[in-house]
Design a protein around this ligand. Structure first.
Ligand code: NAD
Ligand code: MG
Length: 396
């Protein structure tokens, strides 16, 4: 590896929690990786700091006014990073011929088109942006097969399962003797709480995760268990699994990141400290291993591992996700869009915590399930679900 030139990496969503951890790992291995491009939505100051440190060829922001500001700052600093704005530029930095690896770390549906473009261009795609796969499942996986892209899951659970499965696991789990995937969940900050107490929770409480430090949207998803629902759908697509082959196991310590059970009685688990730099380093270097900066796991400090079933009565979002994958077609895209709208409203104080699941269910009931064979249909379903959600939020 050290004799070849470093791999060129684009980080979509560089200023977020996953983006920052990715740059931390990359910076530890300058002979293996160089940063080709970085993107952010509005966080121009953070992106400027990252440009100073990582010297990318390109930087992309959503708005032209932020891009103009960044251009000026970079010129002043004597850096020659080219700055672009808008959705088209995001797609270009993922599919450009000089790019080897794309970290898809934009949050939500906004990441779908650039992630899919990177997949279609046959890149090594490190998938953190689970919403993109939830929305477009079949189409996304077909694009991986057609283009020969290497798709590596970064979501810690899926990365764990990937590590617990045989290297070539395509063609159905049963063929490899896998009987079940055990998807672990921390249970979030409100584990054990009942509906009455949950009605009162604030965005600050919801974003204070006991084990992981993450962006606000996924923090709320972890608190409602919608994150586990999205991950269930994600696992079905990534590992060609049926929903009934996946068991959600609440494991409050977040040390086992997930498991695969085999027909001979073996259960293989992947363990580690809850730090996203482990799956990121795994995705970057696979099939090699590289140092990630994560502290070694001290089992005596962990001392015990607990397991319990999820409470789908107090946390209905997991059930809603299960129903969406069973319904198929555009149902997961509708679920995702309604959830994004609900979480945004919750974070802005316009919707209570229990209102998130309620809104998702209402929007689901208002949106017919269509086939999800083409991108146009998926984007239309996303748009329709957002309209339905907006209407219901405004009528309250
Ligand atoms: P975050 O909110 O910290 O960062 C999101 C990044 O995306 C930022 O760089 C932001 O500028 C950019 N962004 C946001 N909206 C955008 C838009 N409309 N257009 C372009 N860019 C936009 O989020 P995060 O916690 O880093 O999560 C990123 C993704 O990774 C999510 O899909 C999340 O579910 C997944 N993920 C995160 C973690 C974690 O530990 N944080 C773990 C597993 C999976
Ligand atoms: Mg996860």
């Amino acid at each position: 590896m050290s004799t070849t030139s470093p791999l060129a990496v684009t980080v979509l969503g560089a200023t977020g929690s996953i983006g920052t951890s990715t740059l931390d790992v990359i910076a530890r291995h300058p002979a293996r990786y160089r940063v080709h491009a970085l993107s952010a939505n509005r966080a121009r100051r953070r992106l400027l700091a990252q440009c100073r440190t990582h010297r990318p060829r390109l930087a992309v922001l959503e708005r032209e006014e932020d891009a103009a500001w960044l251009r000026e700052q970079l010129t002043e600093a004597g850096l020659d990073t080219e700055v672009r704005a808008g959705a088209e530029a995001l797609i270009e930095i993922g599919e450009a011929s000089e790019v080897d690896v794309v970290m898809a770390a934009i949050v939500g549906a906004a990441g779908l088109l650039p992630t899919l473009a990177a997949v279609r261009a046959g890149k090594r795609v490190l998938l953190a942006n689970k919403e993109a796969l939830v929305m477009s499942g079949g189409l996304f996986m077909e694009a991986v097969t057609c283009s020969g892209a290497t798709l590596l899951p970064i979501d810690s659970e899926h990365n764990a399962i990937y590590q617990c499965l045989p290297t070539e696991h395509r063609g159905g789990l049963a063929q490899h003797g896998v009987t079940q995937l055990l998807l672990t969940a921390s249970g979030g900050p409100f584990r054990g709480w009942k509906a009455a107490r949950l009605a009162e929770v604030t965005p600050e409480q919801a974003c204070a995760h006991p084990n992981w430090s993450m962006g606000r949207k996924i923090s709320v998803d972890s608190a409602t268990l919608m994150n586990k629902g999205l991950e269930l759908i994600e696992a079905c697509w990534l590992f060609d699994a049926r929903p009934d082959q996946i068991q959600v196991v609440v494991h409050p310590q977040s040390v086992i990141h997930s498991m695969a059970a085999y027909n001979d009685g073996s259960v293989i688990a992947q363990l580690g400290n809850p730090d996203m730099r482990t799956p990121i380093a795994h995705g970057l270097a696979w099939p090699d291993r590289i140092e990630s900066g994560v502290q070694a796991l001290d089992l005596f400090e962990v001392a015990r591992l607990d397991f319990e079933p999820p409470d789908e009565t107090a946390f209905p979002c997991l059930r809603l996700a299960r129903e969406a994958i069973a319904a198929g077609g555009t149902a997961p895209a509708v679920l995702n869009a309604a959830n994004e709208m609900a979480v945004e409203a919750f974070l802005e104080g316009r919707l209570g915590f229990a209102g998130i699941g309620e809104l998702v269910a209402r929007v689901r009931d208002a949106c017919p399930v269509e086939s999800a064979n083409d991108l146009g249909g998926i984007l239309e379903a996303d748009e329709r679900a957002r309209r339905e959600a907006r209407m219901r939020l405004e009528c309250r």
